[in-house]
Ligand binder design. Sequence first.
Ligand code: TXA
Ligand code: MG
Length: 327
Amino acid sequence: MNASPLLQSPSPDSYARAAAALADGRLVAFPTETVYGLGADAGADRAVAAVFAAKGRPSFNPLIVHVDDMDAADRLALLDDRAVRAMEVWWPGPLTLVLPRRTDAPLSLLVSAGLDSVALRAPAHPVARALLAASGRPIAAPSANRSGHVSPTSPLHVAEEFPDAANGALAMILAGGRCPIGLESTVLDLTGERPVILRPGSVTPEELAAAFGPVEVAGGGTGVKAPGMLASHYAPGLPVRLDADRPGPDEAFLAFGPDQFIPGGAERLNLSQNGDLHEAAANLFAMLRALDRPGRSAIAVMPIPDTGLGLAINDRLRRAAAPRSSP
Ligand code: TXA
Ligand code: MG
């Protein structure tokens, strides 16, 4: 693929142009420590609507608003003791908090998709932080992929997702290399009496429990009660087959941990030869993309332990393998 003219190296000049594009209602893709985000001025209806249009995302699915820090969050949402605690421990970092939205928050109503809550996160990635500083505005940013696709962990993934620059809405991609974590943030709902993990991520239930006591995982993150109810998401073009100990004859293979030699030359990659879940998380989306080539019948994936970060990895894999009910 040709280097996309959208790709821009981070520099004071590109941050200034990115901030100007955001102020102008255009979109800027940028790296975070988790995945690349497709950013828009969170206060501008037209810009936020352009994000939904670019992703092909159902507008009832709300967006995460990225902020510098707790002070910025305090202007948008009501922070209770738990929220302050969570921000002190994990911000900046891969934890998104769903909080009661201030009625006077200077945010587009579209970011909350009609809910009276808002999801906030202060990213740790230096490029994301520099963009937030340059723009001086909260930035609404879902993962920079078309709705339902595999999330992008490199600038080239973003360019592949939006070959027509989202009809010109996407002004630039700040190219900050590979995302170190590689899985989306943990989404923790603090609007109710008990904290609930809405989306598992790299901040694990065990870590959250140390701060909050037992934390509920919505939808039962450790088991699939009703596979038909899983929304297809994070999905490559090929079907995904889970818990495979070896590939079938036409399958690509995604291994984890030491795997024995498999004859037949099946294309295969290993998430982590050492069985390291952090390395596996960082490789997951890039390897799913790399194995997603025509000529194979499916991507077979070895079992991943369902503990710690494995919970989030298995959440993404189950969705990638779920029946593709809608586009
Ligand atoms: O790591 C991440 O979180 C990345 C980077 C770019 O920050 N962003 C990301 O955004 O993954 P997105 O839009 O792909 O996922 C946002 C998730 C969705 O599952 C959405 O339903 C949930 O957060 N969410 C957002 N606002 C919410 C709200 N008010 N109530 C409940 N869930 C919300
Ligand atoms: Mg996403």
